[in-house]
Write a protein that binds this ligand. Structure first.
Ligand code: ADP
Ligand code: MG
Ligand code: MG
Length: 907
């Protein structure tokens, strides 16, 4: 009989699993197996697969029937390797029960240490170690974690704020420390601990109504069940939403022999990164604590010690490094660091424990890093020969570039300002915001449109939503591996941790520092790159052109096959976009000249044109408008030089420009020589019930050919003038809102006539340009073969195309999109990420039909999607020639296009 393997063993120099089995074993389990296979010292253990989790939830929270026997067999193997027995009174084996999802969810899921300690095994462990203090310390930790994770959370008990069992026990522990005058947990003597565990057990019974289990097997299965339950805990679910991790993935459970960092001064525990995850600096970087267990470092209970001398900072300068305290172990650890980096060819985030001078590895995973670090590591590892060009290009996520281009605190202003406090630089860039003291407030204030900084003594997984909402995070405690630092780094969010000089009182909502008191709503500036906190708002600047960034982008540019253009309407935007690497303009909106700075005069003339009562009046207004339009187009084309510029004909419904104020209306009526009533009547005529689908785009040009005529003339004259001035320019005329070929033919006839007229006027054969259309109406996509007979290029207007395909109003979707995402009716906002199943299919049909009719048809996209990485990948797959996006997203699109080519090579 063959049965499914639900349990995979590791340890003793070999393992059933491997690093590439993350889907089945979770990240932690797969990497523990890999390290065991590499011969790195890993305490033996076994992994219950993610399939157990899936099956558990599919079968009303019951385990597969084979599981019990497989766990027994794996446990027996661990016992053999470790030379101890689970539940044995003489040689007791203790284990940890650890969660481990496919992709890491720091602190979101549960882990229980020291499972197997009970009245039967305590005396044996004391006799074996001769260290009763250690045993009672381990026991009190077990009670604290187990009652919290298994007896409360997994049981679905929702205690009142501050009344969780863990918090109640924590307060009892604090009290013992306080009344006995013990500085840290590690200073509490045996006698006190022994009494404390008895009081802990009484408290658990009192609060939760059940006894703390004294049977090792019950503890083990309780722990396993709790980890599976924690997959559907509130925090884990909310983290998955933010990170886009599917609910179906499930978690694995790792059961692993305990090793103890809390056995005295020759024992320790630590967390390290093979390189600095904040800056990318290639030196080994980490934190450790003597006589401590696992989570003490991450929890920010004590300020951890630095790993080595070279990476000490202001906060931990005075503390001993592992390098000096335990030189031999440090050397061994350093060798493992080198080994892991060579093996994984990437930066690793590792956990280790030293038990009585002996080193054990407890975890390795590819470390999260800031965008700056990602860039620096990619370029360093390329130079070191650890990785090749393509791998380097894959190492920076397009979204991380955003962070590299993010604002920084103006160094000049910073020089003059005096910092209020200094902490650790845990998340990059600068942030200015109002102080709030809880995650809930951070969310609420942000909803109201405020920009906030979340200030906490330390953060925990319950705070993630508030951390997300805030523009920056500041904590008083914790090191570079604390929860806040880990999460902020993953998101590339500005963050400072361990600013110890700040006295933060989250209940009273004050920060005291330097004799000052700051309150909720007061403004601070954070420099997350340097760890400096300032009072008030300091000015910010754009990240300066970093040569490393340029080099990296050059690598990406050499790989990609799609061009990247920008959507720009002014010479300034165009220049900015060229700085970001734009290779053309994919969308120049003429109507832009009627909004904002300097628009008063042309807008007034445009209004006269709109309100004209006859063609003659309209033509007179258009003649007046013409020089403005030509000047505007010419200025942007001039900046772009030899890069193509796609100029879209006037698109919006005309009524959008009708003045609303009485005074403006009176002025306009006077200029037109009509009465106010007559003007009101004409304005009323323009009113449409559904203007988004009304008289706009090409439809205006069909009704009023003279409007198109004026624009064709402006574009072609501007182009001719630039060329006679000896400048290059390549206009592409784009007709919007097209649904049928006949519309394009109608407009093309006008363009052809104007072109001929100008050629004879200037005595030239031709004024080079392209004639094309936006594809933003499903009918246009479906009849693209026809349309391509008239057009030399297509540009997909995916904003409108999405609106028309879904029947979702772009302007009103906000009212219900949240419900659709929460209820998983939509996986993502289709206005941000192209819906490949519908809009994507229309695009594919249009490209296939279009190129069928005109093989050289040029194809691009100019909707918002053109700067969104997954949509850029789609455009690559669909065979587009270019994407176009806002100037700031140009680098993101360049990188996304390169990564798409690496993953799906084209031509
Ligand atoms: P997380 O995913 O939250 O990091 P882990 O499962 O890694 O949770 O465990 C939490 C802490 O307990 C870590 O510091 C880890 O190193 C420590 N730990 C886990 N298992 C053991 C073990 N068998 N022996 C000693 N420490 C352990
Ligand atoms: Mg861990
Ligand atoms: Mg449109």
């Amino acid at each position: 009989m063959s049965s499914v393997q639900y349990v995979y063993s590791f340890g003793g120099g070999s393992a059933d699993g491997r690093a590439d089995m993350k889907n089945l074993l979770g990240g932690k389990g797969a990497n523990l197996a890999e390290m065991a296979n590499l011969g790195i010292p890993v305490p033996a253990g076994f992994t219950l697969t993610t399939e157990v989790c899936t099956s558990y939830y599919e079968n009303a929270r019951n385990y597969p029937s084979e599981l019990g026997a497989q766990v027994d067999a794996a446990l027996a193997r661990v016992e053999e390797i470790m030379g101890a027995k689970f539940g044995d009174p003489v040689e007791p084996l203790l284990v940890s029960v650890r969660s481990g999802a496919r992709s890491s969810m720091p602190g979101m899921m549960e882990t229980v240490l020291n499972v197997g300690l009970c009245s039967a095994t305590i005396p044996g462990l004391i006799a074996k170690t001769g260290n009763p203090r250690f045993v009672y310390d381990a026991y009190r930790r077990l009670i604290m974690m187990y009652s919290d994770v298994v007896m409360e959370k997994a049981a679905g008990i929702e205690p009142a704020e501050g009344q969780g069992i863990r918090q109640q026990l924590d307060r009892m522990l604090e009290k013992v420390k306080h009344s006995g005058g013990f500085a840290t947990d590690a200073d509490i003597p045996e006698g006190e601990l022994k009494q404390l565990v008895e009081r802990f057990k009484a408290k658990v019974r009192e609060v939760l109504g059940t006894d703390f289990p004294d049977d090792p097997r019950e503890q083990l299965w309780g722990g396993i069940g709790a980890v599976f339950q924690s997959w559907n805990g509130r925090r884990a679910v909310s983290y998955r939403r933010i990170e886009g991790i599917p609910d179906e993935w499930g978690t694995a459970v790792n059961v692993q022999a305990m090793v103890f960092g809390n056995m005295g001064d020759t024992s320790a525990t630590g967390v390290a990164f093979t390189r600095n995850p904040a800056t990318g600096d290639s030196r080994f970087y980490g934190e450790w604590l003597p006589n401590a267990q696992g989570e003490d470092v991450v929890a920010g209970i004590r300020t951890p010690n630095p790993l080595n001398e070279a990476t000490k900072n202001d906060q931990n300068q005075h503390l001993p490094s592992l390098e000096t305290a335990m030189p031999e172990v440090y050397r061994e650890l350093h060798a493992i660091r080198d080994r892991l980096e060579r093996h994984y060819t990437d930066m690793q985030d590792i956990e280790f424990t030293i038990q009585d001078g002996r080193l054990w590895m407890l975890q390795t995973r590819t470390g999260k890093r800031t965008g700056t670090a990602a860039l620096n590591m990619a370029m360093d590892m390329l130079a070191e020969g650890l990785i090749d060009d393509r791998t380097a290009v894959m190492r920076v996520k397009p979204a991380q570039l955003d962070e590299l281009l993010h604002p920084l605190v103006d160094p000049a202003a910073e020089k003059r300002a005096k910092p209020l406090a200094k902490g650790l630089p845990a998340g990059p860039g600068g942030a200015v915001g109002k102080v709030v003291f809880s995650a809930a407030e951070a969310v609420a204030w942000t909803k109201r449109g405020e920009t906030v900084l979340l200030v906490r003594e330390e953060t925990n997984p319950e705070d993630v939503e508030g951390m997300r909402a805030a523009v920056g995070i500041l904590t008083g405690r914790g090191g570079m591996t604390s929860h806040a630092a880990l999460v902020a780094r993953g998101w590339g969010k500005c963050c400072i941790v361990g600013a110890g000089a700040l006295d933060i009182d989250v209940v009273g909502k004050t920060i005291q520092a330097d004799g000052k008191v700051l309150r909720e709503g007061d403004v601070l500036t954070l420099n997350g790159t340097r760890g400096l906190v300032y009072e008030g708002a300091l000015p910010m600047i754009d990240a300066t052109e970093n040569p490393r960034f340029q080099e990296f982008m050059k690598l990406a540019d050499a790989i990609r096959v799609m061009k990247v253009r920008t959507n720009a309407d002014t010479p300034d935007d165009a220049l900015n976009a060229i700085g970001f690497g734009a290779e053309g303009i994919g969308l120049f909106r003429t109507e832009h000249m009627f909004y904002g700075k300097g628009s008063e005069q042309p807008l007034f003339i445009l209004r006269k044109m709109i309100m004209a009562g006859s063609e003659a009046e309209r033509r007179a207004a258009l003649d007046e408008l013409f020089p403005f339009v030509k000047r505007d187009m010419k200025a942007t084309m001039e900046v772009m030089g030899e890069r193509p510029v796609t100029i879209r004909l006037l698109d919006p419904p005309l009524h959008e420009f009708v003045p609303q104020g009485d005074e403006e209306r009176a002025k306009l009526a006077a200029a037109l020589g009509i009465t106010a009533d007559e003007l009101d009547r004409r304005a009323e005529e323009l009113h449409e019930t559904n203007p988004m689908m009304g008289h706009r785009g090409v439809r205006l040009g069909v009704t009023y050919p003279e409007i198109s005529e004026m624009q064709f003339r402006a574009i072609l004259e501007a182009a001719h003038e630039l060329r006679t001035e000896g400048k290059a320019c390549f206009p592409e005329i784009m007709v919007p809102v097209t649904g049928m070929k006949a519309e394009l033919d109608h407009q093309k006839a006008i363009a052809t006539r104007i072109h001929a007229e100008l050629c004879s006027k200037y005595g030239v054969d031709a004024i080079a340009h392209l004639y094309g259309t936006m594809i933003e109406i499903p009918r246009a996509a479906l009849t693209a073969d026809e349309i391509a007979r008239t057009c030399e290029f297509f540009s997909f207007g995916t904003n409108d195309l999405t609106q028309m395909t879904f029947g979702f109003s772009r302007d009103d979707i906000g009212g219900f999109l949240g419900d659709y995402l929460d209820k998983k009716i939509l996986p993502v906002d289709p206005f941000q990420v192209i819906d490949r199943d519908s809009v994507g299919v229309l695009i594919e049909i249009a490209i296939e039909k279009g190129r069928g009719a005109r093989p050289k048809l040029k194809v691009g996209i100019c909707g918002e999607h053109g700067g969104e990485p997954s949509s850029v990948e789609f455009c690559h797959l669909a065979g587009m020639d270019y994407v176009s996006c806002s100037p700031f997203r140009v680098p993101i699109a360049r990188l996304a296009a390169a990564q798409a080519q690496i993953e799906h090579p084209r031509e």
